[in-house]
Design a protein around this ligand. Structure first.
Ligand code: BG6
Length: 494
């Protein structure tokens, strides 16, 4: 069972950076899936733009290669692929040099019913020149959309600069900032789960919740992206964007409607309510670490410093664990513990709500199996929700054992959730920006995260970097265990 398909009006979709990896790995397969499902047809056009001097035929060939490599075999169908590839065309273009500006005027249709979208699959320092090119060439329309991708800056200042450059041409309601986590079904389900059911909201607060744990663990290392990761680190790569989006959806107040700004207003309030960690407490609240060599699923893997593109004395964190508070009526006093790491033993992203113990336990020694209830929302893999509770052990004694109740997307609906990009690209063409981050959200999140980076930079300058190590294939450094042990708590083993 899957939800209905909302047809999209014919569109001209201009992809800057068409020759790059993102286009091949994500955009083309996502668009193909939607085309195959009949969400749009040959009246639409995908126009590639990049410096490489390709022809239409070259781009069409790449589209076919991308489908062959990244689309599951059972969805590959020659006739559909040929029809799909026929909507691809290409214009060589260098936005940094007006003498080499390409001419899109023959490709872009002026009919106002044809949706116009620009996807900037390019480095952020090219966002400004690209927007300028769009404006000066008169390709801008008030109803056009522009899609931009992470990294949306490396700190508060640079994210403001990006937002400023884009906003010189495009109004905020035209800007679609992709955070692919918002395209994941289970992240969207956080809204449905919380606000379509009457029984969870009454306990979703500091009266019933003891603490919240958010985990974003990956088994992969930096996958040949050492150069990028050296500059980013896990705090920028995963926490500032993806995991903070998960935190805000899980902890926001009910929006007054599903209107994009109503939802984003509530998410923003959470980010603004994150309590500032004073510099003097930063090391006690935020643990950073880097993986050393180890093994994952019986396979030996090198340490981070041995990865290509990584400095031999790199101080970049591949793991972070932190404790923070959201200063609001709902969450006053409830600690949030968040961890994210590369080269963990298991790939898992989840948010776990740990409820308070029952106020009075009746079962004496036989009740030793009682554990506080945990509601875990698994974002991936094996998307679903688990509720742990205590149950009577079968037999004559009143003995208690922990059990769990499971909801699995796959088995309940009999379909695999679609790729995040499918949803996001089509939402943009439909003009719905609910699942895209707004400039003020990005800036609020950077404001909080930049303080940690600033503290780390100051510590490093004093030769005092508190960077722990952990063996690849372990659940992170000892210091992360101590972070929770200090509060008489422990990380879940998902
Ligand atoms: C990307 C990060 O944004 O998200 C990667 O740059 C990370 O480093 C990836 O691996 C995780 O995404 P997902 O969908 O695999 O959880």
């Amino acid at each position: 069972m899957s939800s209905c398909i909302i047809p999209v009006q014919p569109f001209d979709y201009v992809v800057f950076g068409a020759t790059g990896d993102l286009t091949k790995r994500k955009l083309i397969p996502a668009l193909y899936h939607r085309f195959k499902d009949g969400q749009f047809d040959e009246e639409s056009r995908i126009i590639g733009v990049s410096r490489t001097p390709w022809s239409d035929a070259d781009f069409q060939k790449v589209a076919k290669e991308s489908i062959a490599e990244f689309v599951e075999k059972e969805y590959q169908d020659k006739k559909t692929i040929d029809r799909f590839a026929s909507i691809f065309s290409y214009v060589p273009n260098d936005v940094t040099d007006p003498a080499k500006w390409g001419d899109l005027s023959k490709k872009l249709r002026n009919d106002p019913k044809i949706v116009r979208a620009f996807y900037l699959a390019i480095a952020p320092d090219l966002f400004g020149p690209t927007c300028e090119y769009i404006a000066k060439q008169k390709y801008y329309r008030r109803d056009a959309r522009v899609v931009i991708e992470k990294p949306l800056g490396h700190d508060l200042g640079s994210s403001i600069q990006i937002n400023d450059e884009v906003s010189k041409i495009f109004k905020e309601d035209q800007v679609y900032r992709i955070d692919h986590y918002l395209g994941k079904e289970t992240v969207q389900n956080l809204i449905v789960f919380r606000f379509a059911n009457g029984i969870f909201e009454p306990v979703w607060n500091n009266r019933f919740v003891d603490h919240v744990q958010i985990t974003g663990a990956e088994t992969v290392g930096v996958e040949g992206r050492g150069g990028y990761f050296e500059q980013a680190g896990i705090l920028r790569d995963m926490v500032q964007n993806h995991l903070f989006q998960v935190v805000s959806l899980a902890s926001m107040e009910p929006p007054i409607s599903m209107d994009p700004d109503a939802v984003r207003d509530e998410k923003l309030k959470v980010l603004k309510a994150l309590r500032t960690i004073p510099a003097s407490e930063m090391d006690a609240h935020v643990v950073r670490a880097q993986y050393a060599a180890g093994s994952i699923a019986g396979k030996k893997v090198p340490g981070y410093r041995e990865e290509p593109g990584v400095s031999r004395n790199s101080q970049t964190e591949t793991y972070v664990a932190m404790k923070f508070f959201i200063d609001s009526w709902r969450w006053a006093g409830v600690p949030f513990y968040l961890r994210s790491g590369k080269r963990m033993p298991k790939r898992v992203t989840e948010i776990a709500i740990h409820f308070k113990e029952a106020p009075h336990l009746l079962f004496g020694k036989r009740g030793e199996g009682i554990k506080p209830n945990v509601l875990a929302i698994r974002i991936q893999p094996d998307e679903g929700i688990t509720l742990n509770f205590g149950s009577k052990l079968p037999g004559p004694a009143m003995e208690v054992a922990p059990v769990s109740m499971e909801f699995r997307y796959g088995s309940s609906f009999g379909v695999e959730p679609p790729e995040a990009y499918e949803r996001l690209i089509l939402d943009c063409l439909l003009g719905d920006n609910t699942l895209f981050t707004r400039a003020d959200e990005v800036e609020a999140s950077w404001t909080w995260i930049s303080r940690i980076h600033q503290h780390w930079a100051e510590q490093s300058a004093m030769g005092n970097a508190q960077l722990a190590t952990y063996a690849a294939g372990s659940w992170g450094p000892e210091a992360a265990e101590r972070l929770l042990a200090a509060d008489h708590r422990a990380w879940r083993r998902p």
